[in-house]
Design a protein around this ligand. Structure first.
Ligand code: C5P
Length: 227
C-alpha cells in the first residue's frame, strides 16, 4: 500500500457501542470497547484521509489529532450518521448498535419492588442504521458494515455475512467470530472481508490496526473502481 492512498478522502467511522437509558442512572449497553473503530480512524488518518470518528461510549481515549463527535444512544448515532454519510466517500459502521431500547424511559430512578416481585421492561426495536445508510437516496460511495457471529462453521460464517451484506445494502462486510473471548475488547482480531463478489482472500488475523488497514485496502479498491 502506498502511504497516502486515501489522501483527501472523506471517511466517517462509528465506533463503540450505543447505550439506551432505562432511567437517569441505568442503561442497556453492550461490550464493544471501540478499539476496532478507533484503529480504523487512526489508520485512515495515517493514509491521508479526512476522518470523522463518531464515538459511542468508548472504553479508550480518542487519539490526539482525530476529529470526533460523541453520541450515547442509537437515536443520536443515527442522526449523526445520516447527516454526515451522504457527503462521505467511505462510511464504516464499526459501532455495536443496541437492537432494542426501553419503550419508556423513567424520569426518576426506578425503585426496587417492595414485595420482592419481578419487574418487566418492555423493549422496542431500534432502527437499523446501516440498512438505512445502505438504502438511502444519497449514499456514501463505499459503505462498510461489520458482522459478529458466534458460529464456528467457516462456510456458515461466510454465508451469514454475505446475506447480511446484501440485506443491509453495504458494499463490504467484515465478519468476525465472537465466541471464546475473541473480538470484543481484545487487542487482536480476525476477520473475513466479503464484497458483492464473495470473500476477498483469506481471513485477516492480527492486531486491530492490521485488520483496519486490510479493511481500508478493500475500501480503497472499491472507491477506485467508482472514480
Ligand atoms: O445485524 P447486526 O447487528 O449483526 O449487524 C451489524 C452491523 O450493522 C454493524 O455494522 C452495525 O454497526 C450495524 N447496525 C446498525 N444498526 C443497528 C444494528 C446494527 O447500523 N440497529
Amino acid at each position: 500500500r502506498t502511504a497516502r492512498d486515501l489522501d483527501g478522502r472523506r471517511i466517517v467511522i462509528s465506533a463503540g457501542g450505543t447505550r439506551e437509558p432505562i432511567d437517569p442512572v441505568r442503561f442497556i449497553g453492550n461490550r464493544s470497547s471501540g478499539r476496532q473503530g478507533v484503529a480504523l480512524a487512526e489508520a485512515a488518518k495515517q493514509r491521508g484521509a479526512d476522518v470523522l470518528l463518531v464515538a459511542a461510549n468508548l472504553e479508550i481515549e480518542v487519539p490526539a489529532g482525530i476529529e470526533s463527535f460523541t453520541v450515547t444512544t442509537t437515536a443520536q448515532l443515527r442522526e449523526a450518521m445520516l447527516e454526515r454519510a451522504a457527503s462521505a466517500d467511505v462510511v464504516i459502521m464499526a459501532a455495536a448498535v443496541a437492537d432494542y431500547r426501553p419503550e419508556d424511559v423513567s424520569d426518576t430512578k426506578m425503585k426496587k419492588e417492595a414485595d420482592g416481585g419481578p419487574v418487566t421492561l418492555r423493549l422496542v426495536q431500534n432502527p437499523d442504521i446501516l440498512t438505512e445508510l445502505g438504502h438511502a437516496d444519497r449514499r456514501a460511495r463505499v459503505l462498510v458494515g461489520f458482522a459478529a457471529e458466534t458460529t464456528s462453521d467457516e462456510a456458515e460464517l461466510i454465508r451469514l455475512a454475505a446475506e447480511k451484506r446484501e440485506r443491509k445494502g453495504c458494499d463490504l462486510i467484515a465478519v468476525n467470530r465472537v465466541d471464546g473471548g475473541r473480538g470484543f475488547g481484545a487487542a487482536d482480531n480476525e476477520v473475513r472481508l466479503i464484497d458483492a463478489n464473495g470473500p476477498l482472500g483469506a481471513a485477516v488475523a492480527g492486531s486491530k490496526s492490521d485488520v483496519a488497514h486490510a479493511i481500508l485496502d478493500a475500501a480503497r479498491d472499491l472507491l477506485r473502481g467508482r472514480d
